[in-house]
Structure formats: C-alpha cells, structure tokens
Write a protein that binds this ligand. Structure first.
Ligand SMILES: Nc1nc2c(c(=O)[nH]1)N=C([C@H](O)[C@H](O)COP(=O)(O)OP(=O)(O)OP(=O)(O)O)CN2
Ligand SMILES: [Zn+2]
Length: 128
C-alpha cells in the first residue's frame, strides 16, 4: 500500500551555475508542490500505514523552513534545483517517517518536477 500527502510553498531562488545575465541567475520566485509518499501495510487494528496527522506535523515544519524563503540561504540548498530540494526534504524526513518511499517536488505552473526515491543502492562491483 502506498499513501501520500502534499503541501505547497512559495519561495524565491536563483541558480548560481546559470550563466551571468541568464534569467535563472537572478532572484525569482515559484510556487512549489511537495508530495511525500509512504509505503507500508495498513495496521491490523489501526487500518492506516502512517497516521496523516503525524505526517502533517513533520510537513508543517518542512513547509515553514521553505515557505517565503530565499532557498539559496538554506543549508544544503545553495543550488536549489527541484532535484536538490527533493533530496533535502528526503534527508530531513528519512529518519522520522518509517516507510518513506518517494519525495516529489513539482512546479505545476511549468508542468515539471523531480522525484527522489532515496540514494541509489551501491553499485555492485562484479568479482568475476
Ligand atoms: N532539471 C532542472 N532544470 C531546471 C530547474 C530545475 O530545478 N531542475 N530549474 C530551473 C529554474 O528554476 C527556472 O526558473 C525554471 O524556469 P522556467 O521553466 O522557465 O519557468 P518559469 O520561470 O517560467 O516558471 P514560473 O513559475 O511559471 O514563472 C531551470 N531548469
Ligand atoms: Zn527558478
């Protein structure tokens, strides 16, 4: 079973690797949507995978850290692409949300987003 919950945030950013003079190198803002997905089996008694109230509390903290901020000023978001925001949120939630399976950060106005499912398993080095 897979459950999810979303929150929205508005934030400013610039992309420090954009060429000088490019619009992305200047501070500008976006509306973002974050979706947190959790995998698990519904509890035999409770009937839920992970209580949405608990998820809401953690999401509210993350939302507060992101909403109406200049993302570049947040530790770990010095280059605040959708991809980096997804990883940042994963790192913030991974030890607090059992069964965390996916973080999606979307910019719906542009119909684009990034999905992170955690670090890739270590590449196996073939012995043979
Ligand atoms: N792979 C990625 N590519 C780009 C990212 C990203 O996060 N990951 N981000 C950007 C910039 O944020 C850029 O501002 C996006 O610009 P654009 O798609 O042109 O959208 P708007 O600025 O028009 O967005 P609105 O929110 O609709 O104003 C570039 N590439
Ligand atoms: Zn942007």
């Amino acid at each position: 079973m897979r459950i999810y919950k979303e929150f929205l945030f508005e934030a400013a950013h610039y992309l420090p690797t954009a060429p000088p003079g490019h619009p992305n190198s200047r501070v500008h803002g976006h509306s973002f949507r974050a979706r947190i997905t959790v995998d698990g089996a519904p509890g035999a008694d409770t009937g839920y995978v992970f209580h949405f109230d608990e998820l809401s509390q953690m999401m509210a903290e993350a939302q507060d850290a992101l909403d109406h901020r200049l993302l570049n000023e947040i530790e770990g978001l010095e280059a605040p692409t959708l991809e980096r925001i997804a990883i940042w949120l994963w790192n913030r939630l991974q030890n607090r949300v059992p069964g965390l399976s996916q973080i999606e950060i979307a910019r719906d106005s542009c119909r684009e987003g990034a999905i992170y499912c955690g670090p890739a398993p270590e590449t196996r080095i073939a012995a043979e």
